[in-house]
Design a protein around this ligand. Structure first.
Ligand SMILES: [Zn+2]
Length: 420
């Protein structure tokens, strides 16, 4: 039986730092010394000892009350945050993986661990205020109150300020675990960053991803190796590719794009197909939860009845429905962007393969199953042409990130790919 850090693929340094912190946190709980009255809590004092260098080389052995897990998508930011939360709630203080503290944290049922997963494009201020308020209460299990914020880069400014206040004056037994792509000011405000210790995660090597797919998910080694390479270090994506035939089909369709670009019309057709595929994938992924939410809200509102106050209740109901629709629309937009981005990453991998083949670089291809096609591309386009195409895909990603309408960005990319 592996412990709670077993699923953190290829992150030895981060795991070592988190183990030290968990041990230090457990020692804190065992310490009989009460915090000085009115003064800063013991956690703060401990954190200050290590504030000198929060960098990756020496993340410090101690515990602190605010952490940021950074790394590329799929590197396991939220997996790391959850594992650390489990280690903090572990009755043995180690993250054994089998005690009730570990178990309930990992299954999302621990009373003192709250997980925020933004569903729309951003985390709002109301959600954050409610969370901060609840996090200030004493931990019911006697260990730590933990708030995990996935995608902390999607906090609104107001929500970020509410969070900052809580991090600046943390309740004695509350720990904040934030996840973000990086500590760039675009992702996380400088003031929040300055209060947190950073745990950088790296992109796990394909071999490490394949190993975990075989060990944990029971996937056949050859399939695991292919999926790990194709997913480019993204563990969740590798798992989906290995297991879900529809995910494989969508990927096949994306990788068919390069050979379909035979003219201007074909380029526009390919753009439409890519956009529509992303829309369809996103719609499928949110449809079920949208419907469940609508039903739940209508049931709750339907119980209102008539009589005194009914008119006011109706007005309130209309507002709530509108809120829900707004949230759902925002979530659908996010899901579409995520789906389109995955497709672009796959496509970038293909042109990257063509480039390394043109350069005869001794590195493994991303897409082993389209390697011969990439080889043909390499011969036709040479290194420069391959690089120009790769750049066209990356520019399309950047444009969409900068809020250019996806269809326009994708059309421009397809034309650039066709013309070379
Ligand atoms: Zn445990």
């Amino acid at each position: 039986m592996t412990d709670v850090f077993g699923d953190l693929v290829g992150q030895d340094e981060a795991v070592a730092a988190l183990r030290r912190a968990a041990a230090s946190a457990a020692a804190l709980l065992r310490a009989p010394v009460p915090a000085p009255a009115g003064g800063p809590d013991d956690l703060d004092a401990l954190a200050e000892e290590h504030d000198g260098d929060p960098g990756p080389a020496d993340p410090g052995a101690g515990m602190t009350h605010a952490w940021i897990f950074t790394g590329p998508p799929g590197s396991g930011r939220s997996v790391a945050a959850r594992a650390f939360a489990a280690a903090l709630e572990c009755v043995h203080g180690t993250g054994c993986g089998s005690c009730p503290g570990c178990h309930t944290t990992l299954t999302g049922t621990h009373a003192d661990v709250r997980l925020v997963v933004p569903e729309g494009l951003s985390i709002g201020v109301n959600e954050m205020r409610a969370l901060v308020l609840r996090a200030a209460s004493a931990p019911s299990g006697g260990r730590w109150q933990i708030v995990i914020i996935e995608d902390a880069d999607r906090l609104t400014e107001a929500a970020g300020n509410a969070l900052l206040k809580a991090i600046e004056e943390p309740p004695p037994r509350t720990v904040f675990l934030l996840c973000a792509p990086s500590t760039h000011p675009d992702d996380i405000s400088v003031t929040i960053r300055s209060r947190c210790r950073v745990v950088p995660l790296r992109q796990p090597p394909p071999a490490a991803v394949a190993e975990v797919l075989v060990r944990r998910d029971g996937i056949a080694p050859d399939v695991a190796e292919w999926a790990a390479a194709a997913a480019q270090g993204h563990v969740g994506r590798a798992r989906r590719l290995a297991r879900d035939p529809e995910a494989r089909q969508r990927r096949d369709a994306v990788l068919a794009v390069p050979r379909r670009l035979t003219g201007v019309g074909a380029a526009f057709d390919a753009a439409s197909a890519l956009i529509e595929a992303a829309e369809a994938e996103a719609a499928a992924s949110v449809a079920e939860i949208d419907e469940a939410e609508r039903t739940a809200l209508q049931t709750a509102l339907g119980a209102g009845g008539t009589g005194r106050g009914a008119a006011g209740a109706m007005r309130g109901a209309a507002g709530q429905l509108k809120d829900l629709e707004k949230r759902q629309k925002s979530r659908a937009t996010r899901a579409q962007r995520d789906a389109l981005d995955r497709a672009l990453v796959d496509l970038a991998g293909f042109y990257r393969d063509a480039l390394i083949m043109a350069l005869r670089a001794p590195v493994a291809p991303v897409h082993t199953d389209t390697a011969s096609l990439a080889g043909a591309g390499a011969q036709k386009w040479d290194a420069e042409g391959s690089l120009r195409r790769l750049e066209a895909v990356l520019e399309c990603r950047a444009a969409i990130e900068a809020n250019v309408k996806p269809r326009i960005a994708v059309e421009a990319m397809m034309l650039a790919l066709w013309r070379g």
